[in-house]
Structures are given as structure tokens and as C-alpha cells.
Design a binder for this molecule. Structure first.
Ligand SMILES: Nc1ncnc2c1ncn2[C@@H]1O[C@H](COP(=O)(O)OP(=O)(O)OP(=O)(O)O)[C@@H](O)[C@H]1O
Length: 575
């Protein structure tokens, strides 16, 4: 957790004020019982009314001072801790944004969400407590012991028994409870993963009548978390009654022995009252310390999870020195590229070499799982090649900054993703400063203008979460428009026409042609009709190139391509 505390730096001043004001508050609290002893012994028992008024006045002033110090310290502690929470959330989020897809796979999205929210809240709450109790508890404990001993060293022997008993009780409870806190955090991860899948997969769940199954899965995760939380709370719940029992027994012992000592003339009534209060302070400070000892490991479990994310080095980083493109504008070259997914024994791509130049359309076709998506995901550096290299304009893409590289590319993913906002916002995502005219033009080319104009509000029509209020084909077209508005040097379409009917597919193909004359276009497709006119078709089979050439060339020379063509033609004929 200490590692996380370095992020509190901007709140140094506030932290210092917390320490100073807590120190003053503790002094005032330690002073009050002594003043009260003075009132009882010198004022009440002697009948000295003016003295009672004078000391009473001082007590009010000291107590008021203590209250003010406490308020200021609490405010400053809350301010610093919530500030720390804000900084941590920001740091974790922006660090995670730099992750490659590999790191996302490694930790899991649900866990990343819990770590950014719940875990940071744990650290934030404990920080408030630490700031407040760090000075208060030890000072009150040591100060209380000193003051009690000065009141009556003889009576202080009671404390020699009470303090170890209290410490032992705290230790036993913490020993049982602390390991369970770690378990709770992982169970929250599971619950948020199940919740996420249950909510995002609602359509599939309903269509397969799996609502009851999902409910029971959720109930199981929920119950599991609840049971562990109950167990922790049972253990922690035992803490207070045990402490109170020890404290009450200690009070009885102090009054018992104190009464004797008053009768023997060792101390006065006021001394006993003050002693009792100091004993209470000592025991309360021990309770505070015990709460801290319980809460810190809990936050520590969260801090470890946060640090794990912050210290994770993204696999894909920018080079120290970026190189300069040698020639061309969007000339893509794959040079003997082999790629293994992390941990995979077989390569997803083997020795792939081809070139795709500006003004050309290069299509990639192949059966499912043949490596088409993997191939094009290497271009924006979603993953780095295992061997060989990918070059754009003569420069290895690992020598470019990721921002430069991606600014050259208009990527349309296999699964179209829209954000909440208007239709125009979603298209503008491709180019922040796009004018309304540019947005409309992109939509026209993407064959989206017609349905957008038919929607209430047109380009300002809202898109609901995940694009739930538009069809799959409409989503694809909006996602294509988003890439088009960018006017990139390289277009990458990952099976982005699959949800379009043949007529729209053909119209879009023709419109795209005139739009992309100066760009390099890479298209992954399942349909032969989409790729037939491409300048170059790459046929993939099990991650290897089975053939490269035009439709006519491949029909002559590539048996895999011939199979794909004949299977589709017969399918269409059957249909
Ligand atoms: N994130 C990943 N981690 C590990 N292996 C993966 C990952 N993504 C894909 N693969 C594997 O790599 C191979 C190629 O997958 P890829 O998605 O590139 O195929 P594809 O040709 O695009 O298939 P489709 O047409 O069904 O989309 C498959 O065997 C797949 O199991």
C-alpha cells in the first residue's frame, strides 16, 4: 500500500494539517481528565466555587479547541484520501488503456473493472482511517499510560493485566478474519464477471431460454460472496463485545482497587475519576489500533491488486526513437511473418509474405479459424509479430509511434461497436474535427445515409448502449462510415460486410472504390462475391498462404480457392 501512497503527493499540505490537528486534538483530550480531577479534588470537595468556574471555563475552551481540531483533521483526511482515490482511478484507467489485447486477456475485463472501482474505494477508505488514527491512537495510548501512571502508579498495575488480554483478543480475531478479506475481493471479481456476461449477453440468454440458468449462476456467485462476507462479519462482530467485556471488567477492577486506595488515603476521588478516563482512553486507542490492523490487510489485498495492474508493462510500447517512413503512402508489406498467440503451441500465422499498395484492393479469404482476423490485427499492432516484420511505407511498424501508425489506418472490426451518443458522434469518433458535411459524405458512401435520414432526429438520433437500437447491418455501416471519415492511408475491413444483403454489399463496394482510389484497402471476407474484383486475393489455410493472385489466376492455380468458390456457388444455387 505504501507504493500507492506516493500518489498522495499533491495532497502533502493537507496530510501535514491532518497530522498537526490530530496531534492538537489528542493533547486536548489528554488534558481534560486532569482538569476534571482538579475540579473534583480542589473545587467540589473544598467548596471552592470560583475555582470550579475557572477550571470549568478552561475545560470548555479546551474541549471546544479539541472539537475544532477534530473537524479540521477529519475534513483534511477525507480530502486527501478521496483525492488519492481519484488519482489512482485515473492512473489505473489510463494505464489499462495502453494494454495490448494480451494483457486484457490475462487479467480479464471484469477484474479490471473491480480493481478500478471497488479495490480503489477500499484503499481510499482505509487511507482516511490511517490518516486519522496514525497519530491519534499511539499518542492517546502512550499519553494515557503516562498520565494514568502519574495519577497513581499503584493502580496502574491493573493496566498491566488488561492491556495484554486486550491485545491477545485482537490478535486472535485478526488472525482468523484477515485471510478472508483476500477471498472476498476475488469473489467480487467472479460476481462482476457473471453480472457482466448476464447483462451483455441478454439476447443470447433469452433466445436460448437460459434465463433461469443465468439466474442460478448469478445466485451461486452472489451466495458465495454473501457467505464469505457473513463469515468475516461474524468474526469481526465478535471483536466489539469481547473488547467491551474486557473494558467493563477493567472498569470494575479499577473502581474496586481505587476505592481501597481512596480509603487508605493514597489517592483522592478526582484522581480515581481521571484514572478511569485515562484507562478508557488507553483501551479505546487499542481498539482503534486493532480496527486499523484489521482494515489495513483488507486494503492491502486491494492495493496488491491495484499495483499488479499499475506495474504490468504493456507488451506493445513505442520505440525510444521513431523512424521515418521511406517512401509511399500506405504501402503495406508483410515480410515472412510468423505469429504465435501467447502460450499457443501452434502458430496462428506461418511465414506470410505479401505486399498491398495504395490504389489496390487486397482481399483475404479462407475458412473459419484460418487466421484472417489475426493477420490484419497485426497491422495496427494489436499484437506484435513473433518473427518477420510488417512494414508500412518501408518502415517496420515497431519503429513508429503507435499513434502515428494508427492515424494511418481506418479499422473496421469484425464486430461493429458503437458508443452511447448520437449517430454523428459515433462517426466523428474517426476524426474529431470532422465537419457535418464530411460526416454526411462518409455516411453516404457507407450506404448509411438513407436509414439515418429515416430515423427520428437523423444524424442527431441517439445510439443506445452498445448500439442496441440499430440493426447489425446498420451498425456495420456506421462503423464503416467511422473509418471512412478519417480518410486514412490504409483501410482494414475485417469481415465488415457480413451482415449486409447482397444488394447493399454490391452498392457499398462500388461506392468504396471511388472513395479509396488513393488508399491501400485490405478486406477480410467470407463471401467470394465481395472479393472477386480485388486486385489481389490472399487465400489462407491453417495460418499459411495457400495462394495469392487475382480471382482468375486463383481459379486456375489454387485448389483451396476453387473449393471455396464452388462451395459458395452451390450454396447460393441451393438457396
Ligand atoms: N486471442 C486469442 N488467443 C489465442 N488464440 C487465438 C486468439 N484469437 C484467435 N486465436 C486462434 O487463432 C486462430 C486464427 O483465428 P482468427 O480469428 O484469426 O481466424 P479467422 O480466420 O479470422 O476466423 P473467422 O473467419 O471465424 O473470424 C484460431 O485457431 C483461433 O483459435
Amino acid at each position: 500500500m505504501l507504493k500507492l501512497f506516493r500518489y498522495i503527493k499533491p495532497y502533502r499540505g493537507a496530510v501535514l494539517l491532518v497530522l498537526i490537528f490530530t496531534f492538537l486534538q489528542t493533547l486536548s483530550e489528554l488534558f481534560l481528565p486532569t482538569l476534571m480531577a482538579g475540579i473534583v479534588d480542589d473545587g467540589v470537595s473544598q467548596g471552592n466555587i470560583p475555582l470550579i468556574w475557572r477550571i470549568g471555563g478552561i475545560m470548555v475552551a479546551v474541549a471546544a479547541g479539541g472539537v475544532i481540531c477534530s473537524i479540521v483533521a477529519s475534513y483534511m483526511a477525507a480530502k486527501s484520501a478521496t483525492g488519492l482515490g481519484r488519482i489512482l482511478r485515473q492512473k489505473v484507467f489510463s494505464h489499462v488503456e495502453k494494454f495490448s489485447l494480451q494483457e486484457f486477456d490475462r487479467i480479464g475485463t471484469a477484474s479490471l473493472i473491480t480493481r478500478t472501482t471497488n479495490d480503489i474505494t477500499q484503499v481510499q477508505q482505509v487511507t482516511i482511517m490511517i490518516l486519522r488514527m496514525l497519530v491519534l491512537a499511539p499518542l492517546m495510548c502512550i499519553g494515557g499510560i503516562l498520565m494514568a501512571v502519574t495519577r497513581d502508579p499503584g493502580l496502574a498495575t491493573v493496566l498491566l493485566v488488561v492491556i495484554p488480554v486486550l491485545a491477545l483478543a485482537i490478535f486472535l480475531i485478526a488472525y482468523k478474519g484477515i485471510p478472508l478479506f483476500k477471498v472476498i475481493q476475488t469473489k467480487i471479481d467472479t460476481l462482476s464477471r457473471v453480472t457482466r456476461e448476464g447483462l451483455t449477453g441478454m439476447r443470447v440468454i433469452r433466445s436460448f431460454n437460459r434465463t433461469t440458468y443465468e439466474e442460478s449462476r448469478f445466485q451461486e456467485a452472489n451466495e458465495d460472496l454473501t457467505q464469505t462476507s457473513i463469515r468475516v462479519n461474524q468474526i469481526m462482530g465478535a471483536m466489539m463485545p469481547v473488547m467491551m467485556l474486557v473494558m467493563n471488567l477493567a472498569t470494575i477492577a479499577i473502581v474496586w482497587f481505587g476505592g481501597d486506595r481512596i480509603q487508605n488515603g493514597h489517592i483522592q476521588v478526582g484522581d480515581l475519576m481521571a484514572f478511569l478516563q485515562y484507562a478508557m482512553m488507553i483501551m479505546f486507542s487499542l481498539i482503534m489500533l486493532s480496527v486499523m490492523f484489521v482494515m489495513i490487510p483488507r486494503a492491502q489485498a486491494s492495493a496488491v491488486r491495484i499495483n499488479e495492474v499499475l506495474q504490468m508493462k504493456p507488451d506493445i510500447v513505442d520505440p525510444d526513437q521513431t523512424g521515418r517512413a521511406v517512401h509511399g503512402k500506405g504501402h503495406v508489406v508483410f515480410d515472412d511473418v510468423t505469429f504465435y498467440y501467447p502460450g499457443a503451441e501452434e502458430p496462428a500465422l506461418t511465414e506470410i509474405s505479401f505486399e498491398a499498395g495504395p490504389g489496390e484492393v487486397t482481399a483475404v479469404i479462407g475458412g473459419t479459424g484460418s487466421g484472417k482476423s489475426t493477420l490484419i490485427s497485426l497491422i495496427p499492432r494489436f499484437y506484435d509479430v513473433t518473427s518477420g516484420n510488417v512494414k508500412i511505407d518501408g518502415l517496420d511498424i515497431r519503429e513508429m509511434s503507435q499513434e502515428d501508425l494508427r492515424s494511418k489506418i481506418g479499422f473496421v472490426p469484425q464486430q461493429a461497436l458503437l458508443f452511447t451518443g448520437s449517430i454523428a458522434d459515433n462517426i466523428r469518433y474517426g476524426k474529431e474535427d470532422a465537419t457535418d458535411e464530411e460526416i454526411r459524405h462518409a455516411a453516404v458512401v457507407a450506404q448509411a445515409d438513407e436509414f439515418i435520414s429515416g430515423m427520428e432526429g437523423g444524424y442527431e438520433a441517439p445510439i443506445s448502449q452498445g448500439g442496441g437500437n440499430v440493426s447489425g447491418g446498420q451498425k456495420q455501416r456506421l462503423s464503416i462510415a467511422r473509418a471512412l471519415v478519417r480518410r486514412p492511408e490504409v483501410y482494414v475491413f475485417d469481415d465488415s460486410f457480413s451482415a449486409l444483403d447482397f444488394k447493399t454489399d454490391a452498392k457499398l463496394g462500388a461506392a468504396l472504390k471511388s472513395e479509396t482510389t488513393a488508399s491501400t484497402v485490405l478486406i477480410v471476407a467470407q463471401r467470394v462475391s465481395t472479393v472477386m474484383d480485388a486486385d489481389r486475393i490472399i487465400v489462407l489455410e491453417e495460418g499459411k498462404v495457400a495462394g495469392i493472385g487475382s480471382h482468375a489466376e486463383l481459379m486456375e492455380s489454387c485448389s483451396v480457392y476453387q473449393e471455396i468458390v464452388s462451395s459458395q456457388l452451390s450454396e447460393e444455387e441451393i438457396a
